[in-house]
Design a protein around this ligand. Structure first.
Ligand code: ZN
Ligand code: ZN
Ligand code: FE
Length: 760
């Protein structure tokens, strides 16, 4: 039989994740000889044996890799045969160089859970149990190389038994950096608001306090949560009051799938996401109104399963069936991570604090996903996924992209990999700005990348833009917001364009200084042309119009009806808004030049929601759009509201006819569900029509959909279906959010292609 020897280079997350013992076992199973060692860029394998067995090895290598491993590239080359009789693990000359990747934080694995609940095990109920396949990673790393001395576990010296597990390549805790036990590892502490320790077992007492309706701050993996019994409406209302969170939904951690299924419809895809090692919050369709006080006015609940040993005790057989678990912060501030910081910042929010002495070095909020059209969509990409890179279609120079303002996340590139950072949040205050700088510093340090190009949004007032402009010795590239959205979609789909991009969102700074947000672009990475957009409409009062959707309603009614608009306006809206405010907005509209102009799709949703659902105020971002999506009637064949098209410097989509038809319907008492359906149908129809006409003129057939409005399931699914049925190739985002959380990836790719162009 023919023998063969291959040299194999594996790149990706392959160090500190049990990859070498895995390859050792695989080689033994297939009767192969050779060796493996950690290299600068991943692992390097030499394998020798029968040609068929070598082939099986190559097939199994990525397919059967351990859960934390992420194989990005495998390269192999033929070598001369050697006289060898075994497979060996070789010591690497340099361990954990920058080119090896740090794993994200991973939920406690089934093996550890088994030990955790086994009274005979030495780690029985030990709240920090972990192994090579699970536990904290990203959030405990201070610097590289990734070994224990550079993590927040450095202050804990392993006991003999832990050390020998750590040293044994065949132990399931081999090189598990956070390895610990009751004797040598971190410990829990339960304190009251003054920081004084509570008597008794911290875990037992914590569970009792939760059962009695108290609100606890619980230190987790990437920060503190505020925890409260989800089935206790009074406690949840109290948490709402303390957090200053009027209506926005809370995420619910449930004991297991069974509880999830009582509350929500959980299909196979949803269950797989819930139980995945990343354990994101999954937005699932409500089937019960039981927790409506935790998530009012929405069709979906954010559900997640326990992902640390502490969670497994708080929720589950020993504790409660469901907990509200919300970020330990006030409104949109960054999540608290330090014990002292928590006691200081969360003292008005929590009654008691469940602390521990393993430091969280990096903040990382929970990730949020949902299933749309059979695909997973990120609303927030953070814990469990960061810092896993996105594989690009081509290598790019080292670039830092700083993202936008809301839902900020940065992005840093190294060769073919783009590292999108954790969710920073809304960069409107100093604490978020500091977190932003922390995130940049950490990614530059741990990836050993010094970017000489910095990409930023065009908005001059964004803190991210201002930070970029303060950097020296770098080339700055300003990227238009919606161009970045489309480039982000192109990047994760490995497209180089040109494509037709539909970018729909709340707002982004346009090249003409107006607030864009309903754009059809023809784009490559290097450049874009605006092919169509929603007709400009005044935003009376600027940012005030975002918080008060009725203002956009008046603005949209003003266009067809002028000062007669009140005769067309539903009386409910008129009685909901103070007369003085109505008069003020009328004045603004009479003098058009006083208001900023917008082509935003989000503001169009606002106007329709204010009229159709009497949603005159928004207490959180996108609430009006969510209200419309939630009430949308599933009936088919109920018609679509008309838009009109006109041509000036490019195609203009005018919503005037829509508002005539909508207000007609309202005066005939048509239900909000049907109004919403006709609006969604109209939107999909006009966008498909515009794409058709742009495609005919340009000959393009690849369509990219991006921007925060595509978090709307009805719009997303219906538009994708409609375009696919017309024969277009439709691309959406599954690796980074389509909202502003994915902006930096697009900025980075645009910058990569603009190098050599003029310095902005
Ligand atoms: Zn484990
Ligand atoms: Zn130990
Ligand atoms: Fe946006």
């Amino acid at each position: 039989m023919m023998n063969q020897r291959l040299k194999i280079e594996v790149r990706g997350i392959v160090q500190g994740v049990g990859f070498r013992p895995y390859v050792y076992r695989l080689a033994h199973r297939l009767g192969l000889v050779g060796n493996i060692l950690n290299s600068e860029t991943g692992v390097s394998i030499e394998i020798q044996g029968a040609v068929g067995a070598v082939l099986s090895f190559m097939e199994a290598l990525p397919a059967e890799a351990p859960p934390l491993a992420r194989v990005l590239e495998v390269e192999s080359s033929e070598m001369n045969l050697l006289d060898e009789s075994s497979f060996v693990i070789l010591e690497s000359t340099r361990s954990g160089s920058a080119a090896t990747l740090i794993s994200p934080d991973i939920a406690t694995c089934p093996d550890c859970i088994r030990e955790f609940f086994d009274p005979a095990d030495r780690r029985y109920l030990y709240p920090f149990i972990n192994c090579t396949n699970c536990g904290p990673r990203f959030t405990i790393v201070r610097s590289i190389p990734y070994d224990r001395t550079n993590t927040s576990m450095a202050s804990f010296t392993m006991c003999q038994r832990c050390q020998s597990e750590y040293d044994d390549p065949f132990d399931r805790r081999f090189h598990a950096q956070p390895n610990a036990c009751w004797d040598c590892g971190p410990q829990l502490q339960l304190v009251d608001r003054s920081g004084a320790p509570m008597e008794g077992d911290p875990m037992d007492v914590a569970i009792q306090l939760l059962q009695r309706g108290h609100i606890l701050a619980v230190k987790g993996i990437g920060g503190f949560h505020l925890a409260a019994d989800a089935f206790n409406p009074l406690t949840v209302q109290e948490l709402r009051r303390r957090k200053g969170r009027q209506e926005k939904s809370f995420a619910i951690m449930v004991a297991g799938l069974a509880t999830a299924q009582e509350l929500c419809s959980v299909d196979e895809g949803g269950a797989a996401l819930l139980e995945s090692p990343q354990r994101p919050i999954v937005l699932l369709p409500k089937i019960s109104s039981r927790l409506d006080y935790a998530a009012p006015g929405v069709s979906h609940l954010g559900i997640f399963l326990p992902y640390t040993p502490i969670h497994h005790l708080l929720v589950g057989s020993h504790g409660l069936r469901a907990l509200v678990m919300t970020s330990g912060n006030l409104s949109e501030e960054p999540i608290a991570i330090d014990n002292d910081e928590a006691l200081d910042r969360l003292t008005g929010l929590a009654d008691f604090f469940l602390l521990h002495n393993r430091k969280i070095l990096l903040r990382c909020d929970d990730s949020v996903v949902r299933r749309i059209a059979g695909k997973t969509q990120f609303a927030r990409r953070s814990r469990g996924f960061v810092p896993s890179p996105i594989l690009l279609g081509e290598p790019v120079p080292p670039i830092l992209a700083v993202g936008g303002e809301l839902k900020n996340a940065i992005c840093l590139s190294r060769d073919r990999l783009a590292f999108v950072g954790q969710h920073i949040g809304d960069m409107e205050e100093l604490s978020a700005y500091n977190f932003f700088r922390e995130s940049i510093r950490h990614f530059e340090d741990t990836l050993e990348v010094t970017p000489h190009i910095v990409a930023h949004d065009l908005h001059p007032a964004y803190l991210s833009t201002q930070w970029a402009k303060g950097q020296h010795n770098v080339r700055l590239v300003g990227v238009q917001h919606h161009h970045a959205h489309i480039a982000s979609c192109m990047a994760e789909n490995h497209l180089s364009g040109p494509v037709i991009g539909i970018a729909l969102d709340g707002m982004g700074y346009g090249t003409d200084g107006n607030a864009w947000g309903g754009e059809v672009l023809i784009a490559t990475y290097k450049s874009f042309r605006r092919a169509a957009h929603f007709a400009y409409t005044p935003m009376p009062g600027g940012a005030q119009a975002i918080r008060e959707p009725w203002r956009m309603a008046v603005s949209y009614l003003w266009q067809p009806f002028g000062s007669e608009w009140r005769t067309r306006c539903p009386p409910a809206l008129l009685s909901n808004v103070p007369e003085s405010s109505l008069r003020f907005v009328e004045q603004l509209l009479r003098n058009g030049s006083l208001s900023q102009l917008t082509s935003s799709c989000g503001r169009l949703f606002d106007a329709v929601a204010a009229l159709a659902c009497n949603r005159t105020e928004a207490t959180y971002e996108a609430q009006a759009a969510i209200t419309l999506e939630t009430c949308c009637d599933p009936s088919t064949g109920v018609g679509a509201y008309p838009f009109s098209l006109s041509m000036s410097e490019c195609l203009q989509i005018d919503a005037g006819p829509l508002f005539v038809a909508l207000t007609d319907d309202i005066s005939h008492n048509i239900s909000p569900g049907i109004l919403s359906r006709r609006f969604h149908n109209g939107l999909v129809k006009i966008l498909a029509e515009v794409v058709n006409s742009v495609a005919q003129e340009s000959g393009l057939h690849d369509i990219c959909l991006s921007g925060g409005s595509f978090q709307n399931r009805v719009l997303s699914e219906d538009l994708e279906t409609s375009l696919s049925m017309k024969g277009f190739n439709v691309f959406t985002q599954t690796q980074v959010p389509c909202g502003d959380g994915g902006l930096s990836l697009g900025q980075l790719m645009v910058a990569a292609h603009c190098v050599g162009g003029p310095v902005v």
